[in-house]
Design a protein. Structure first.
Length: 278
């Protein structure tokens, strides 16, 4: 028998024996094969999922660090393991520390260099406006009658008139005095006018020095002076009457005015009257 024939015969005998073995032990073989397959699969799964402890820790740390960064808290440690150190990411540019002290601007003025003149201090001042002073008349005039002022000077305000029953200005003062009481010139001067005023009655006007003019009204019709007369201080020029129609309901008085440079002024500023008013 040649070699090929022997090989064919052996293969045939092997197949026959295998069939006989499988028929007798088929169940056992199937179980063993299944166990082998299961063991191989388990080994492959275990090999794929097997990691070193360091790899597990690193993966856990990376995941925790990513979560901290997403939540805006990069300073929180990702794990309690003391062997793991996580460096937080900076959230902003830190300030650069300086070893040198900060220099503040000096408030002390620098010394003048040699040869430089010292600045001259100019004191503060408020300019005084130019004021034109009007020459003051004679320092003191004499009161025309002895009595209290019962109606004041009111050129820039209104006072009530009982006679006219209205509020009006008053360009002089009313000095109380009984009818027939003597009226005297307040200073030396010249009689400028004597006339009967429609509202203030019999009136005498005397011109004095320094642009001063005195006016006496509500006089009796029989006056003691005429136009052009020169009068002395305290000279009698007339008497209190009842000729002022605009003040006829007032108590007996002398209506007296004082003008400086043509403008009426308050006589109380130049004549010493009784301060008490009735």
């Amino acid at each position: 028998m040649d070699k090929k024939s022997k090989l064919r015969w052996r293969l045939k005998q092997l197949r026959i024996r295998s069939k006989v073995f499988l028929r007798r032990n088929g169940l056992q073989v199937a179980v063993i094969a299944a166990l082998a397959l299961m063991g191989g699969a388990a080994l492959m799964i275990f090999s794929e999922n097997r990691e070193t402890p360091n790899e597990q820790v690193n993966n856990s740390g990376d995941q925790t660090l990513d979560n901290a960064i997403q939540n805006g808290n990069a300073t929180t440690k990702p794990t309690d393991d003391p062997n793991i150190a996580v460096t937080p990411r900076p959230t902003g540019r830190p300030e650069m520390p300086s070893d040198e002290p900060t220099l503040l601007p000096s408030t002390t003025p620098a010394a003048n260099p040699a040869g430089s003149p010292n600045p001259t201090h100019i004191p503060d001042f408020t300019p005084v406006p130019n004021v034109t002073l009007t020459p003051e008349p004679e320092s003191r005039y004499q009161p025309p009658v002895d009595g209290n002022i019962i109606r004041i000077f009111a050129i820039n305000s209104l006072i009530y008139s009982e006679t006219l029953n209205q509020w009006m200005t008053h360009s002089g003062v009313d000095i109380a005095g009984s009818k027939g009481s003597e009226v005297r010139s307040i200073a030396e001067g010249t009689v400028e006018n004597v006339y009967n005023d429609d509202m203030l009655g019999m009136t005498v006007v005397i011109s004095h020095a320094n642009g001063c003019v005195s006016v006496y009204s509500n006089l009796d019709e029989n006056v003691d002076v005429s136009i052009g007369d020169t009068v002395r201080s305290r000279q009698v020029i007339g008497r209190i009457g009842a000729t002022a129609i605009s003040e006829c309901l007032e108590r007996s008085h002398l209506h007296f005015e004082l003008h400086i440079n043509g403008e009426p002024v308050n006589p109380e500023g130049l004549i010493l009257f009784n301060k008490e008013q009735e």
